[in-house]
Each structure stands twice: as C-alpha cells, then as structure tokens.
Write a protein that binds this ligand. Structure first.
Ligand code: GTP
Ligand code: MG
Length: 426
C-alpha cells in the first residue's frame, strides 16, 4: 500500500497485515467481501482475518455494534494485525471512534480503491482525477483523520488550536481542488480535439466496458493480433484496475471496414462516488461510442453480480441505453456461469486462445455496419458534386468514366443509399 503526500508523491510503501470487517444489512455480502479481499491484495495488503456482522441498521458511532467492535479489537491484538479495512464507507466520526477502539489503523473500501488508483495512475489526467477524488473524500472527514491519513490531522480532537488547524487545512484543500479542476479543464481539451477528429472521420467507435480483470485489454490485444496490429498492444495483467487511462486503437477488419476500439477503466462494486465523478470525463468516451462490448469473466462464479454492477455504473454515466453485446470471456477456463439478461446479443469467447472470435466479429459487423450498402451508381457528369461527395464520404471501390457519366462501385451509409438510389444501376 502506498501512502501519498498532498502533491501525490509517494510517501512510503508498506506491507500491512489486515483484518476485513463488513456489515450485512439483510443481504449476502460474501461476494462483496471476497472482492474487498481482492482489492486489499491488489494494494499489497496481506489479509489475515475477516469479521462480518448482520444488523438491521448501521451503528452511527462505530458502524458495527459494540460487542462486535470489542471482538474485533481482540482479533487485532491476538493476530497482531496493523490495520482493519471496512467494506463500507465510514464517516469521519466512525473512523476516529474505530481507531480508538481497535488501536490500529482503520480504513474503508473507498480509501483502499483510491489508494490503488493513486498507485496505478500514469497520465496527467488520471493523476489529477484521483487526487481530486482523494481530496473530496477527505474534506468532510478532516476531523476523523487520525493516524491513517495523518498529515492533515494534527491537533485533531482538541479544541482551540485544533479547530484552527482544521480551518487552515480545509482552505488549503479547497484551493488545491480548485487548482486541480482548472488543470483538468486544460488537459481535457486535448481529448475533445481527439474526439472531434474521430467524429469527423465517421469511423464507428466501439468501447470495451466491464468489471475490472474481466479481460477487456486482452480482448483489445486479441482483436489487434487478428488484424495484424500486434505491435501496438495494450497492457493486460492479472490484477484489479490494470487499466486506468483510456486507450484507443484502430481495428481494420478488412480493406474497407475499420472501427475505433476504446479500452477503459474497469468497474467494481461500490465504486466511490467521488471517483466516478472524477473519472466521468474519461468514462464519457463510453457515451460517445456506437457500440459497447460488455466483457464478462465467465470463469468467475459471481459473474451475474459483476454484470449488475457494470450495468449500474453504465446507467450512472448515462450509457445505460447504449447498444451492446455481452461477451462472455475466459470460456477456456469457465465451468458453469449464468447468462442473466435475455434479449441481448451474447458472444462466448476466449480472448486468450482466440476461440469464438469469428462469431463476435460477425456480431460487431452486423451492429456497426448494418446499414451500409455496396452498390453500383452511375452519376451524370453534371453532378460532379455528388461524385466528389462520395469520394469524400463513402468508400469508393472502383470508378470508371463512361459515356453518360461516372460509374462508381461504392459502399454507402443507409441514408446516403436512400438519397442516391435513383442513380443505382444493376
Ligand atoms: N484463461 C484466460 N485468461 C484470460 C482471458 N482473457 C484475459 N485473461 C487474463 O485475465 C487477466 C486480466 O485481463 P485484462 O485484459 O488485463 O483485464 P481488464 O478487463 O483489462 O482489467 P482492468 O484493466 O484491470 O480493468 C490477465 O491475466 C489476462 O491474461 C481468457 O480468455 N482466458
Ligand atoms: Mg485493462
């Protein structure tokens, strides 16, 4: 786990021994806890124990009930844990009370995710987005930041000078947040230019979405390999949040069909709201896509849970209604899995071994090139405007100058075909 200074430099790198703690409010949280374990491990934390409590409603002061907190404190000292990670977001007061009661560092799922993102972010935009989310988390909790995020916490809990310190901290953070927002606006202009270029080129855009570690980057690399573009492959790794920055590549299906493929950050349940906010600009790319490939890890038993989470995040960023293909990946190691949604196109593939890819590509073609028509047109010489429009906007396969006009074999978009149908020659 990395700790950061205010300007996001690495402060220390440590390995912690942690106990996980979860609250079940009339629900089964086993997947969620398993995921928390994955998140902890992704952040270089060793998980040595787990405690879950079922309650009707959370305890305001300590999230879990008094007895359970005492039990946890005993676990901490018996197992020599140096941290407890809560599955739910804690308030400032809960953070402080729990640190006091447990006598060790206390963090929650949100800090953990933010920490992973902070250690993975490489682009200027990514780093700024994470820092903004970290500060947003910190603001309402200044008072609770005891030993875990201590730099801002001097004098906490005392009156007088402590309060004054808090006020300075608050102003300091607000200023930094304003600076980051201004910097982000600048960085984002570059992406706007990129997007404008893409829109002008009218090449269809396909975005990979899905749970973290489901194989989105592997899918991109498989498609690149199949279209002989292996040299520009993207990073894929068996860890949570391997990809943070959006990547895009052109995929040439054949000499006349290409699309832009976008690889994005993966999703996870309870993705901190500040983070979704901060990454909205990055995730916006998804909203501009013509088609989504929702990649699902079919080998993971809880994949229906992961599908739900992805659907929810897609809705939150305004891409809930986008056309999509649900791609069940890792079929080479899948035993049994659930296909929850009826009426959506599914594909079953192994990005690693390449099986099922032909069928997936057929589906993609059907979706994004569905309304293109290849036909022969005879354009009279006095309609040179149409000929140059076609050379510019359509894919012209051949062109001959004949007696009555220019004979073109071209691939037209649906609307263009309807408009130019009267020049069609069979
Ligand atoms: N067995 C098997 N492993 C796969 C397959 N596809 C991907 N993987 C592995 O799964 C792991 C995660 O793959 P990535 O492509 O990095 O996953 P991602 O969805 O991009 O993950 P994030 O970027 O973290 O959101 C890697 O170790 C891949 O090699 C597959 O079809 N079969
Ligand atoms: Mg990836």
């Amino acid at each position: 786990m990395l700790r950061f200074t205010d300007d996001n430099r690495v402060l220390e790198e440590e390995s912690y021994r942690a106990i996980l703690a979860g609250l079940a409010l009339n629900e089964d949280i086993s997947y969620s806890m398993e995921e928390l374990r994955g998140l902890a491990e992704a952040d270089n934390v060793e998980v040595i124990g787990e405690a879950v409590q079922s309650l009707q409603r959370p305890n305001t002061a300590t999230l879990l009930g008094k007895g359970k907190v005492e039990e946890l404190a005993e676990m901490v000292s018996a197992m020599e844990a140096d941290m407890v990670i809560f599955n739910d977001e804690l308030t400032g007061m809960q953070l402080r009370n729990l640190e006091e009661a447990l006598d060790c560092r206390v963090i929650d799922r949100t800090i953990l995710i933010l920490d992973i993102f902070a250690s993975r972010a490489t682009s200027a935009e990514g780093k700024l987005q994470v820092e903004l989310a970290q500060l947003q988390y910190r603001m309402p909790r200044l008072i609770g930041f005891g030993r875990s995020l201590s730099r801002l916490g001097g004098g906490i809990g005392t009156r007088g000078p402590g309060e004054k310190k808090l006020e300075t901290d608050r102003r300091h953070i607000e200023r930094r947040m304003d600076d980051i927002r201004a910097e982000l606006r600048k960085v984002r202009n570059t992406r706007k230019v990129q997007r404008a270029k893409r829109e002008k080129s009218e090449i269809p855009v396909v975005a990979l979405v899905g749970y973290t570690n489901s194989g989105k980057s592997a899918m991109m690399n498989r498609l690149l390999a199949m279209t002989n573009k292996e040299e520009k492959s993207v990073g894929e790794k068996d860890m949570l949040f391997a990809t943070l920055d959006t990547q895009q590549r052109n995929i040439h299906l054949d000499s006349t069909h290409e699309f832009i493929l976008i690889d994005t950050v993966g999703f996870v349940s309870k993705l901190p709201h500040g983070l979704v906010e901060a990454f909205k600009a990055t995730l916006e790319e998804v909203c501009y896509a013509d088609l989504l490939l929702h990649i699902v890890d079919a080998s993971y038993e809880g994949n229906d849970f992961q599908i739900d989470v992805t659907d929810r995040v897609l809705q939150e960023i305004g891409a809930g209604e986008k056309e999509r293909i649900v791609v069940f990946n890792k079929m080479d190691i899948a035993n049994s899995f659930t296909i929850p949604e009826a009426g959506v196109d599914n594909a079953f593939v192994s990005a690693k071994e390449g099986t099922g890819m032909e069928e997936l590509i057929r589906l993609i073609r059907e979706k994004i090139f569905a309304d293109t028509v290849t036909t022969d047109l005879l354009i009279p010489y006095d309609r040179g405007d149409i000929t140059s429009y076609l050379c510019d906007k359509a894919i012209v396969l051949s062109m001959d100058y004949e007696g009555e006009g220019v004979r073109l074999r071209a691939e037209l978009s649906g609307p263009d075909y309807q408009r130019l149908k009267k020049y069609e020659v069979i």
